[in-house]
Design a protein around this ligand. Structure first.
Ligand code: NDP
Ligand code: OXD
Length: 313
């Protein structure tokens, strides 16, 4: 028996040891248990979950909150066994935000500075300077202006790109032209040369990166998908790349992960593949956010990253 809040670690497909070290340091007041050593499941107050199988939730009848190790909660919400009562809190990790900013800026600069073309020229042994461009003439559009999308949009604006963002409800991000809702999607797409997807996966956003969306972008636009694989209709992207409607794509997330051997994305000359690493939750920074949020809950204060289950993010 213990008077301390019981905190269950139920994350899969991650290196557990650094997480346990950082959580123990950031939250000395909790009793830390690691699934499957749950003890009495009715005594568990908090869970940190990632890729957890359905049996994790069995008997956890007194949960005060469920914390997601990731920013995206689509996986958790898909699980019918997820307890519906306790607040679900997504990861608000400054390390995750910084990682996403780095990745998105790097890939936008890659496309803007023609590094793909220079790699092909080098492979052909050709010294051929291409015409320079000005960042203010390059229109970047970010789908999703949440914690990650707004941070990336701000960073891109600081490079002088002409940046816009699209969200569900009207929003304001300094230096970023804001569009909202289905009625403003066409106008947003029509002014977007490089499209970055940082939407959550919901019934409304699944398959949004499709033939019909690509047709509304300027010819030769570029796609960077760092949201979820199911945002993208893969065959539509391949067709758009092959006919020249899109000139390139950077993909970090896929419908099936790991991306199966032999998938056309692996070898497509206009596609860059990375293995879902654009932003990885870092145990050190994440444990501190987790501790802040858990203490807020204990004091009855609002938490950062509270998920609206009905909206799906
Ligand atoms: P947030 O919940 O903070 O923001 C989501 C944004 O998407 C909001 O601006 C929201 O609009 C907008 N949005 C949601 N639904 C719609 C819709 N139907 N139409 C238009 N806009 C919509 O999420 P984060 O920024 O923290 O994360 C975004 C996603 O990034 C995650 O859900 C995850 O899928 C992905 N991700 C990928 C990682 C990777 O390694 N590849 C790492 C981390 C996250 P509004 O502001 O109006 O609510
Ligand atoms: C996340 C992810 O959602 O890593 O945090 O995909």
């Amino acid at each position: 028996m213990t008077d301390r809040p019981v905190f269950l670690f139920a994350c899969f497909d991650v290196d557990t040891a650094p997480w346990l070290t950082e959580i123990a340091a950031a939250l000395p007041e909790v009793e830390l248990r690691v699934w499957p050593d749950v003890g009495d499941p009715a005594g568990v107050d908090y869970v940190l979950a990632w890729k957890a199988p359905a049996e994790v939730w069995s008997g956890l009848v007194n949960l005060k909150a469920i914390f997601s190790m990731g920013a995206g909660v689509d996986g958790l919400l898909r699980d019918p066994a997820l307890p519906s009562g306790p607040p679900l809190v997504s990861m608000s990790d400054p390390g995750l935000v910084t990682g996403m900013e780095e990745y998105v800026v790097a890939r936008v600069l890659h496309h803007f500075r023609d590094f793909g073309s220079y790699a092909a020229l080098q492979a052909a042994g050709l010294w051929r300077p291409l015409a320079p461009h000005l960042p203010q003439d390059c229109r970047v559009g970010v789908l999703g202006l949440g914690r990650l999308g707004s941070a990336c949009a701000r960073r891109l604006a600081s490079f002088g790109f002409d940046v816009a963002g699209w969200s569900r409800r009207p929003s304001q991000v300094e230096g970023v032209q804001a569009y909202a809702g289905p009625d403003e999607l066409d106008a947003f797409l029509a002014r977007t040369d490089i499209l970055v997807c940082l939407l959550p996966l919901t019934p409304q956003t699944e398959g949004i990166l499709s033939r019909s969306l690509f047709a509304r972008l300027p010819d030769g636009a570029v796609l960077i998908n760092v949201g979820r694989g199911a945002h993208l209709v893969e065959d539509d992207l391949l067709a758009a790349l092959d006919c020249g409607q899109l000139s390139g794509a950077t993909l970090d997330v896929f419908r099936i992960e790991p991306l199966p051997a032999g998938h056309p994305f692996w070898s497509h000359p206009k596609v860059t593949v990375t293995p879902h690493v654009s932003a990885v939750t870092h145990p050190r920074t994440a444990a501190l956010s987790l501790a802040r949020n858990l203490r807020r809950l204990q004091r009855g204060e609002p938490v950062e990253g509270l998920v609206d289950r009905a909206a799906g993010y």
